[in-house]
Design a protein around this ligand. Sequence first.
Ligand code: SIN
Length: 485
Amino acid sequence: MAVAATGVEERLLIGGEWVEAASGGRFDVTDPATGEPVGSVPDAGESDVKAAIGAAAGALDEWKALPALQRARILRKAADLIRERRDTIALVMTSEQGKPLAEAAGEVDYAASFLEWFGGEAERVYGQIVPPMNPTSRVLVLRQPVGVTAAITPWNFPAAMMTRKLGPAMAAGCTSVVKPASATPLTAALILRAIEDAGTPPGVVNLITSRSSGMVAQQLFSDARVRKISFTGSTEVGKELIRASADQVKRLSLELGGHAPYVIFDDADLDEAVDGLIASKFRNAGQTCVCANRTYVQAGVYDAVVAKLAEKVTKMVVGHGTEPGVTIGPLIDDRAVDKADEHVKDAIAQGARLVVGGERIEGSGSFYAPTVLEGVTPQMLISTEETFGPVAGITRFETEEEVIRVANESIYGLAAYFHTRDYARLLRVAEKLEYGIIGANTGIISAANAPFGGVKESGYGREGGSVGIDEYLDVKYIQVGGVGL
Ligand code: SIN
């Protein structure tokens, strides 16, 4: 089925209406596996962004006044609709983003899980009654929606990163303007369509597609009606947004870059460890913020791990994500391929040994061969910069103390992983790693019920888990005097 035949709305969603940009301008969406256009969307300008903010502001009072149970029902219904439409959404996602169809379908379920989880949380936004300091007063603590919010979402998980922001926003009683990455706006349109079809009132969620991310951000940051912005993307852009937030002291949540260490101790279950490493490193062709970027293997199992990894990586099938059996799709564009290639060439030039892969795949589309390098050292680019590609670089280590030190030597602090069968070590190492997320004996850490987020230059704020909704709530207390006893 072609993307056009899925009925995806290739328009903006403003105040419940699917509309063109005021300028009439549009831009193409391309398939990274072929370089061919698969659709097009409006190229929104300033007036469109203002209209979307206006629609969100107009819908706020009614939405926040709706009983939490009703907001919860809408969120659960939206989750059901997204799951019912899994195949269509997955096909569109693969067509514009590239990940294999099975991974895309998995992401659709992951996206639905945020709406379902926060449907539950909507009903648990409790306040407090604080014991009085003196008998004539009472303190009541309320948690109230922050108001109009904006979500700026990335291309690597075009469905799930949106619902991870919209779920808590809607549950809390906030309204939103969503700006998806310009590479993946069609998946966003399908997700918003499902949210709309679930009975969400007009204006509660609004969609802006635009090639001018800077202009959209400028509009969002300069409009006092927008009270909070959530962004997933690079640390570089995140820092610009922090600066932009200063003028109006705008609330921010930032899920930024990562550079995850993946540690395999001598006492690990090696098959489980290698499977975990593959799941972490090669999911979405290595284009995740939480994927392993540095792999540290203890000396006693080093050769065995390199051999097991090489055997599995050699069997990976690269191709168009809609073809049966494909396990590695394209990277998002040719610049991403250049970066992966630069990291591999730099590592080899500095003495790493190429075990598998190590080359761009020529032809149409942005493909890079799944790659394993061993003998990686801290001076190499791959040891400090996010590769965002299917390249695993392995480093040998001797002691627990040494690996904790090198694992923590990073400006990033999003995710870290390790494998051990020693449960005292498990707790000790987990406590010492300076990261927001730890995968212990697993390479998959993503879940709607867990508080996803980083420390250091990986950002601040948490998405998911019971604390995820706090990002969309303001705390207010009421000091009541003159209470006679
Ligand atoms: C990301 O890496 O950008 C998100 C990954 C996830 O939620 O699993």
